[in-house]
Ligand binder design. Sequence first.
Ligand code: NAP
Length: 298
Amino acid sequence: MSLKLDGKKLSLEIEEKLKKDIEANLNSTKRPPGLAVIRIGEDPASGVYVKNKERACSRVGIKSFIFHLKDTVEQNEVEQLINKLNVDSDIDGMLLQLPIPEKFDEQKLISFINPEKDVDGLNEQNIGKLVKNEPAMRSCTPAGIINLLRSQNITIEGKKIVVIGRSLLVGKPLSLMLLNLNGTVTITHSKTINLNKICKEADILIAAAGKPNLIDSSFVKEGAVIIDVGIHRLTSSDMSKTKLCGDVLLEDVIPKVFAYTPVPGGVGPMTVTMLLVNTIFSWQKQFVLSLTLNDLLP
Ligand code: NAP
């Protein structure tokens, strides 16, 4: 029987630890960790993600500060807000909820975020440190995937790993983290020729293409580990029901693999948990506390 890599269960276990780490230091710090979330515009999915982050913060004792801006604001106003939060001593972490409306220069805004507070790990200074394999804030979805693999003692070193997708958010940082952990990594994308054949060689196959049910059992080696990063809401033909699915046709793939992540309940919850980890890590650094979360930061 295949092993389910249960991100929901692991994230609850990690949250228990995070809660205790905060409680143990509140007497000396006199304030909880603080996370600022900047949302621009009315993208409904972003609304759900921000709510989830807010709830997760309150479960472990992080104070969240939500800045919901209208899409009529100007780039320089958002930059000013980021600059203000950069020096706000109650804020340990800050993120810009993506996607933002097209009129904004997303990369420029991210580059304004103080790297010490960049809990999404997307600022070029943190990406640069990842490239150099130096400690820094790591992006949440890739770090969550590494922790899921580690939680079941799935070895990365020496494994053939194929990552489908090369985005700045997932594919690239994930590939670098796996490389730093001595995996033999192949990065694939929409222009890759013979994707099926390349994937079939993978000991660990990670699908982050953003294409529902792209990967069926014909892409997967017997006994491989499959990680499904994709998340899609599909509507039935009569529009009466919706269902979440990933990039992997799971029912076809599960009988063939050693381990898999479900959708929902796999990578998604780990992404949110890593955001909490990064925020608390930054708070611990700010107050020169012992850094108890190093093991969770690849
Ligand atoms: P993205 O920016 O759209 O990038 C998708 C990547 O996949 C691109 O590099 C693209 O190639 C590649 N790709 C697209 N179609 C392909 C195909 N047919 N064959 C091979 N490669 C293909 O998406 P993203 O932000 O990385 O996110 C990917 C998925 O993960 C989405 O479904 C997203 O919702 C999900 N996600 C989930 C979480 C979570 O917490 N669960 C977090 C983040 C993202 P090109 O570069 O050539 O265009």
